[in-house]
Every structure is written in C-alpha cells, then in structure tokens.
Design a protein around this ligand. Structure first.
Ligand code: PAF
Length: 283
C-alpha cells in the first residue's frame, strides 16, 4: 500500500479528506520509529479504517538544555516503517509550518503537568498538549493511539480530552520491551554498551516493586529503590531523578494505605541519556 506524505498542514488536510469513508486513527510520533511505534500503528489499524502517522520533533516540548537538536531524525526509515505497517498518510511538517510566527495561545497542563516528569521538565507537558491538540484539530481522528511507556503524557492527554471536550477516543498501547527488559525508546540509540547495562536497572526496579505489590505502597517503593540504589554504584552510575507510585489517572502520589491500581514510574540519567519507564500494578 502506498503512503501519502503530507509535508505541511495544507497538504495534510487534502490527504486526510481524500482517505475515503471510514474511521481515522492518529498515531502521533517524533519519528526515529522502532518496534514500539510499529505496535502503535498495528493497534491503530485495529481501531480504524485509515491510519495517519505524524512525524514531528516538537520544539515546544523540549527545555533549553534538552536534546532537541540531537534528537534522532531518520525520516526515510520512518517512512518505510509506516508503509510496511499500512499507514495511509504520514504528516511530517516543519516547525515553521506547524507554529505561526506570532502564535500566542498554548494549552496548559495545569497542576498535573508539574508533578513527577513535569517537575524535572518544566513546560514539557504544555508543549506536548499543545502539539497534540493541534494534531487532533488538523487530522480530526476518531481515535488516537499513545504508548503506555509515557504514562503521565497518556494521563494528561486523557485529561485534556475530558476537560476540553475533544471528541477523540484515546487508546493506550502496552510498552514494548527488549528481551532483557529495557523499554524501547528512540533515545536508547544514545546508550553505549556500558550505559545499557546500567539502564537495565530501571525495568529491574519496576519488576522488583511489582513483585511486592501485595505488601502495599511502602514495600513496593522500598524494593524498587533498593535496585536503583545498587545501580547508583555502577560504572556509569544510574542518576535517579524520581521514583513515584502514583494514581494512574492524576499522577498524584498514592497514600500509604492505597489499594487498587497504581503506576510505579521512574526516571533516571545514564551517561548523557535520560530514560523513563513505568509499570501499572494492582496493590
Ligand atoms: O510521545 C511522543 O512521541 C510525543 O510526546 C508526542 C505525543 C508525539 C507529541 O510530540
């Protein structure tokens, strides 16, 4: 199947309108597509007749000292992935086309955007929600698919669609992992062999926490923290940003007597690479 590439918003609207009848699913990405993204496109195809994939490294969601300029850009390979997985349209605009030079209005992620990941990346979720809302308005999808790997982003997108009455159903796709447990991420390609060995502590910490789910929040956090503390002594060391056991819908930390679902989420630096991971547990 041939995929149509829309390089600007006008071309996207035209391509979208020529898709024909049926449901449309959107898979927003920043490119550097891997097996995890393939799984998003496959899931999107289960929910719709046509799939639009956006490939856009969104400058609004990067802080001034983050990896925007070195973020991997692999458009030709991304296009092949989209084609192989049966996407109908790939939207790959420039930043100049996406954002008007005199733009003023942005989406605010509110208090929920300032906790956990948001506390370490001020403004990040405002940038994510702004681009996602623009993509929703341009593509007008029935459904949009996001990875569970970015659990707080997923929760905030759900919050935005509820708070702003955005008529798009949000579908979560399970995190895809390497056989050794490392969650797939476009940033994994920054990792050296030694970095990668240290990075495995993230998924090991989550599994150690999950194994203690029946003992309650303190047991989960203690077990996960022990693995992360050990990895802080590796070479290179794991530098922890946060470990949190949170309500999956609000990302507020759960209380000590919490029972039911909770998301155990972790973020850490290994060398120059910052990684995140999470697992949803039932306590
Ligand atoms: O998860 C991502 O890749 C990005 O945050 C998204 C949703 C494509 C917005 O730029």
């Amino acid at each position: 199947m041939d995929v149509t590439v829309a390089a600007d918003r006008a071309a996207l609207v035209k391509a979208r309108d020529s898709l024909g009848p049926g449901r449309i699913a959107l898979v927003p990405t920043m490119g550097a597509l891997h097996e995890g993204h393939r799984s998003l496109v496959r899931l999107a195809r289960e929910h719709a007749d046509h799939v639009v994939v956006s490939v856009f490294v969104n400058p609004l969601q990067f802080g001034p000292h983050e990896d925007f300029s070195r973020y991997p850009r692999t458009f030709d390979a991304d296009l092949r992935v989209c084609e192989e997985e049966g996407a109908g349209v790939v939207f790959a605009p420039s930043a100049e086309d996406m954002y008007l030079p005199d733009r003023q209005v942005e989406v605010s992620a509110g208090g929920m955007g300032g906790t956990a990941e948001g506390a370490f990346r001020p403004g990040h979720f405002d940038g994510v929600l702004t681009v996602v809302l623009k993509l929703f308005n341009l593509v007008r999808p029935d459904v949009a698919v996001f990875g569970q790997k970015d659990a707080q982003q997923l929760a905030l997108i759900r919050r935005m669609t509820a708070d702003l009455d955005v008529p798009v159903s949000i579908v979560a796709a399970p995190t895809v992992r390497e056989p050794d447990g490392l969650a797939l991420s476009s940033r994994n390609r920054y990792l050296s062999e030694d970095d990668r060995r240290t990075a495995l502590a993230l998924s090991r910490a989550l599994s150690a926490g999950a194994a203690r789910a029946r003992t309650g929040p303190a047991g989960v956090l203690d077990a996960a923290r022990a693995v992360l503390e050990e990895a802080a002594r590796f070479d290179p060391p794991l530098l922890l940003d946060y470990l949190i056991l949170a309500d999956p819908a609000t990302f507020a930390p759960v209380g000590g007597d919490h029972r039911g679902e909770a998301v155990l989420a972790v973020a850490a630096k290994v060398g120059t690479t910052r990684l995140i991971d999470n697992m949803v547990l039932t306590l």
